[in-house]
Write a protein that binds this ligand. Structure first.
Ligand SMILES: C[S@@+](CC[C@H](N)C(=O)[O-])C[C@H]1O[C@@H](n2cnc3c(N)ncnc32)[C@H](O)[C@@H]1O
Length: 251
């Protein structure tokens, strides 16, 4: 497993270009209808990005706990939320060792199940952490959709150039019990198998667009989306984030 504490810069950069605030607010208020105080747990919380997004939108009296295996990221999260530690707490914890207790109204993860080899086991623990009637939310990508959402405005650009590589990687990783590049699109089926009800699926509407002028933004884009630097002279850079948001309720 890679150490995300060493990829802090990448994590911060990508999180600044991941969500439209209005769409996230729409999910919280109109789709999930979080309109009374809730207790939230965030599996694989990183430096607490979802706490930053969620806490201003939910009713007073709510609380949040983030757990992550990276000591470095939890240290950073504790620093960011130093002044709010009554409501927002972080804990170093390996999800494989974590003992679930049904005490949360909302159990959430973002971009975590795609990085681990046993996503169904961890999803089961997420469900085990929810109270009866609790909401379980997984925000995860499908690498294939992500790849098809990239467009570079250049006559040299071949939108299919990564297809064979990704296909082989997906097959190899599934065979060897590694991570699943299509996880975002598989979660609805996993949630159903594990007994969740009222399952809903959405797509994050964020599109990262950079025009051809600002060199440092172009560099940032190429790095964030792992695009070959040979395309740095394109006239426009577009990447649809394509995160799949799946949610369901515990009976
Ligand atoms: C791509 S980052 C996402 C972080 C955060 N959810 C976000 O969206 O900003 C994946 C996170 O999963 C955490 N992670 C991976 N395996 C884990 C495990 N076994 N137990 C706890 N956390 C884990 C990593 O340390 C990392 O912070």
């Amino acid at each position: 497993m890679s150490d995300w504490g060493l990829k802090k810069e990448y994590l911060h950069s990508t999180r600044q270009h991941l969500w439209n605030d209005d769409y996230f607010e729409f999910l919280v208020k109109s789709v999930w209808k979080i309109n009374k105080p809730v207790r939230i747990i965030d599996f694989g919380c990183g430096y607490g990005y979802l706490a930053q997004m969620l806490m201003p939108l939910i009713p007073d009296g709510s609380s949040y706990k983030g757990i992550d295996i990276s000591e470095e990221l939890i240290k950073e999260a504790n620093g960011i939320f130093e002044s709010d530690k009554e409501r927002i707490r972080f804990e170093v914890s390996d999800l494989n060792e974590y003992v679930a207790c049904p005490e949360y109204d909302v159990v959430i993860c973002q971009a975590v199940l795609r990085h681990i080899p046993n996503p169904v086991e961890i999803l089961d623990k997420m469900i085990g952490s929810a109270k009866s009637g609790g909401l379980i939310i997984c925000i995860e990508p499908s690498r294939r959709m992500e790849n098809s959402g990239i467009y570079l405005d250049s006559t040299d650009f071949d939108p299919f150039e990564n297809d064979d590589f990704l296909r082989q990687k997906w097959i190899d990783e599934i065979k060897t019990g590694g991570r699943d590049y299509q996880i975002g699109l598989r979660i609805p089926a996993f949630m159903k198998q594990l007994g969740l009800t009222n399952i809903g699926v959405r797509i994050n509407d964020y599109v990262d667009y950079v025009g051809g002028e600002n060199k440092s933004e172009i560099k940032r884009f190429l790095n964030d989306h792992s695009v070959n630097p040979v395309y740095e002279n394109s006239d426009g850079f577009v990447a649809a984030r394509c995160q799949v948001i799946t949610y369901g309720y515990k009976q």
